[in-house]
Design a protein around this ligand. Structure first.
Ligand code: PHE
Length: 452
């Protein structure tokens, strides 16, 4: 099939912007800095870079390849490729698991993104000017402890996401990434320059990220780094597979995957270069945890010259990044509904967006009404979704995708999809996809289950 029924990206560049839009998100700006901060900085960054190259890029190549070979939603793509390759029907479960993981991810993703919208407005209206630590912490608690406000912001974010998704691949997804992604890169560069010029602690921030100290290297940082590589590249649940289905035949998969992973890594590192100098300039702790972005940063912005303006830019950046990711999290399920029920894109988007919103209420209430309710032992609904999706479902999805592509997919399809690269590059990729990626991911998975 040369075209997908859902539409196509108008060029390779648009695919790259869309996939980079999916990859670049809260994982880069909110999660990467605080996880790096908690795991010793440079040691974690090094492990993360290794994981991106050895596991992330090969699995991304695999996902794009499967998507483009099938040209349907991940569920039906897996179904068709299984039949075409004469492999066992069990492989189809990859598509279903991915759609399920998508609902789990969007449920907590939309809640955090909703907070970012709230902070954007607070920042712009000068709430944090001159604020002290107590005020910043109280503000965060007052936002999250009121169920109505959390659900309200979460609803607004899901509504925006659903609206874009409903407009379809060309008018919705592509138009959004076409404008938001370049803006995002410009905003980020402006912020890095601002942090470099005005914080007075840029070098300290840099050395925290890049000055490797062997004594800070623990097994745990490696595990966290692997998990982060997965989540940040949107791998293991079919988001990139769904986007691959809309990629023109002539575009190179390998160079696209390398570009997307490169952009994603760049954004994570640049976000660190904005956040850590500001943290050090204000004598704050890099290991503040998930609150780093919502408590520490607003406080720091409130203390700095022109902080209101740059703080507002920062949260605009976060919201843009979150939206271009959220639309990709629900795309696999939307595409499947359209195929299955022959329903319109608008109906499918509303059903999937609505279902994601509903599950998200559980995550929203985890910070207030349901804060004592545990689902997995000792974990609120929000924590359970985050844990199950990121530590279990994405790794399993990733192992299965790599294993299917390496072992079960017909060699003809594999070679056709990678026809633009040399035999040598194909051979290396085959080894990475067959052995290196699945074995390492499996290893992460076991370690995560047994040691966390
Ligand atoms: N990669 C996104 C981020 O870093 C999150 C995401 C995960 C998006 C899985 C799609 C699929 O924020």
């Amino acid at each position: 099939m040369s075209e997908s029924m859902h539409g196509m990206w108008s060029s390779r560049l648009m695919f790259i912007l869309a996939a980079a839009g999916s990859a670049v998100g809260l994982g880069n700006i909110w999660r990467f800095p605080y996880v790096a901060g908690e795991n010793g900085g440079a040691a974690f960054v090094l492990a993360y870079l290794v994981c991106i190259s050895l596991i992330g890029v090969p699995i991304m190549v695999a996902e794009i390849m499967l998507g483009r070979a099938g040209r349907k939603s991940p569920i039906n793509t897996m179904q068709d490729l299984t039949v075409q390759s004469g492999s066992r029907p069990g492989w189809r479960v990859v598509g279903w698991m991915g759609a399920l993981a998508g609902f789990m991810i969007v449920s907590f993703y939309a809640v955090i993104a909703g907070w970012a919208v709230a902070y954007l407005i607070e920042m712009a209206s000068g709430t944090f000017n001159g604020a002290d630590g107590e005020f910043a912490a109280a503000k965060f608690t007052s936002l999250t402890s009121n169920p109505w406000t959390v659900v309200g912001w979460h609803t607004l974010f899901m509504a925006m996401t659903t609206f874009i998704a409903a407009r379809g691949v060309g008018e919705g997804l592509e138009k959004t990434v076409k404008y938001l992604m370049p803006t995002l890169f410009v905003l980020l560069l402006v912020l890095v320059i601002w942090a470099a010029v005005s914080s007075g602690h840029f070098m300290e921030g840099l050395s925290f990220l890049f000055a490797f100290k062997a004594d800070q290297f623990s097994t745990d940082s490696v595990l966290m780094a692997m998990g982060q590589a997965f989540f940040t590249l949107s791998l293991g649940m079919g988001a990139i597979m769904a986007y691959g289905a809309y990629l023109p035949k002539s575009a190179s998969i390998v160079s696209s995957a390398v570009t997307i992973a490169g952009l994603d890594t760049l954004v994570a590192l640049l976000s660190g270069m904005v956040i850590f100098p500001i943290v050090f300039a204000n004598g704050l702790e890099p290991s503040a945890g998930p609150g780093l972005m919502f408590i520490t940063l607003p406080l720091a912005f409130g203390q700095m010259a022109a902080g209101q303006f740059f703080g507002t830019l920062f949260f605009v950046l976060v919201v843009f990044a979150a939206i271009t990711s959220a639309i990709s999290i629900i795309e696999p399920a939307i595409a499947w509904l359209v195929e299955k029920l022959d329903s319109s894109r608008v109906v499918a988007a509303c059903v999937v967006g609505g279902a994601g919103w509903l599950v998200g209420i559980g995550s929203a209430l985890s910070f207030n009404t349901w804060s004592d309710l545990t689902f997995l032992p000792g974990k609120t609904f929000f924590d359970s979704m985050d844990y199950l999706a990121n530590n279990i479902m994405l790794p399993i999805g990733g192992v299965l995708i790599a294993a299917f592509t390496g072992w079960a997919l017909s060699e003809k399809i594999f070679n056709e999809q990678l026809a633009d690269v040399s035999v040598g590059v194909r051979a290396v990729l085959r080894v990475l996809i067959r052995f290196v990626a699945p074995v390492s991911v499996f290893f992460v998975f076991l370690m995560t289950v047994f040691f966390s």
